[in-house]
Ligand binder design. Structure first.
Ligand code: ASP
Length: 351
């Protein structure tokens, strides 16, 4: 992008380690730094970039709830309405649930056509070896100049698609990994972007924050009592993502889950099976212990991460509970969350 005019970026803050301070009274970190302090960490006189700031909320992201995802998406819409010529948006956020919030924003704000960049840090900004200043600067650089038209996470020199990302490390600088395929890009002397990312464009953005919060994520483990699923349905949940083993397998003999799944489906609860593995995909057709789930009405998350499947199911159920439509929407790739279905990744199937 040329530098014939200055770029303008809006920085929205939500808390997280990047904006945290050590509080001696509680002997732990809590959010507390103002956006002014965040800006002071940047090199003086950011050449060719104007930064507008807004504080949305100040939370440790462990406290983020689905309504906070909606608040972030609403803040993006407001910013867009107020400054239609913005080059991009940066959102500082805690790393713990950044993938959920950024995935939710990916579904809620489609066709934005400019970068919406989430970033944060593993070490608070005021500590000399914090990764915060670098990540914030990288995020601003991507928002201002990258030819990217979608929501992303910029962290440790990499640009990730949120629905394809997992927090893999709790203390290393490289907190996040993209799970098949690789990141959307990297930052070095140049911003290197891979072809499959969405480029900047001028379509009319679609903002749609409807969400059904009554969606549960249940991890299968050896010994899981199947009644747990029935209790979840009795509690009024409309959807459950069951994180199965390997390719989406579940117990079908002792403590079989199939009866509870069948009952849940007959009560109008949507069941999606994802995988506990970070890499690879759910394929319920491989083993008898996967097919059994499919036969009683469970849907497959295919190559979606459990985080993306949970957010997507909440977003879909915010729009419809018609079984055919839910199935159809679950199998539609909206924001690159299912690269295999979208044909971005070739898969060779074993016989
Ligand atoms: N607990 C922090 C948060 O998610 C961790 C971080 O930001 O790295 O807000």
């Amino acid at each position: 992008m040329g530098t014939d005019r200055d770029a303008t970026v809006c920085l929205l803050t939500t808390g997280g380690t990047i904006g945290s301070i050590y509080d001696p009274a509680i002997e732990s970190l809590r959010p507390g730094l103002s956006v002014k302090v965040l800006l002071q960490s940047l090199p003086k006189g950011l050449r060719h970039v104007n930064v507008i700031t807004r504080e949305i909320f100040q939370l440790d992201s462990a406290n983020a709830q689905p309504h906070h995802w909606q608040e972030i998406a609403t803040a993006i819409k407001k910013t867009h309405d107020e400054f239609p010529d913005l080059d991009g948006i940066v959102i500082t956020h805690g790393t713990d649930t950044m993938v959920y919030s950024a995935s939710a924003v990916s579904f809620m704000v489609q066709d934005f056509g400019k970068p919406i960049v989430f970033t944060g840090a593993q070490i608070p900004l005021h500590i000399p070896w914090s990764d915060g200043p670098r990540n914030l600067l990288d995020a601003i650089r991507v928002a201002a100049f990258a030819d990217l038209g979608e929501t992303c996470i910029v962290f440790n020199g990499e640009i990730h698609r949120p629905t394809r990302t997992k927090k893999m490390r709790s203390d290393a600088y490289d907190a996040f990994d993209s799970v098949d395929p690789s990141p959307l890009g990297t930052l070095g002397r140049d911003i290197v972007l891979f072809e499959r990312r969405t480029q900047r464009h001028n379509l009319v953005p679609r903002f749609d924050t409807r969400l059904d919060e009554r969606v549960f994520l249940l991890k299968v483990f050896p010994g899981l009592p199947p009644e747990v699923l029935s209790r979840i349905v009795d509690m009024g949940y409309h959807g459950v993502v069951i994180e199965g083993f390997g390719t989406g397998n579940i117990p079908t003999q002792e403590k079989s889950l199939t009866g509870s799944i069948q009952q849940a489906v007959s009560q109008g609860c949507f069941i999606v099976i994802s995988s506990q593995c970070a890499f690879g995909q759910t394929d319920l057709s491989i083993y008898a212990v996967g097919r059994a789930a499919m036969e009683v009405g469970a849907m497959s998350a295919y190559d979606m991460t459990s985080e993306a499947a949970l957010v997507k199911l909440s977003w879909i159920l915010g729009h419809t509970r018609d079984p055919m439509r839910v199935r159809e929407m679950m199998m539609t790739d909206y924001v690159g969350e299912m690269p295999i279905l979208a044909g971005e990744v070739a898969v060779e199937k074993a016989e």
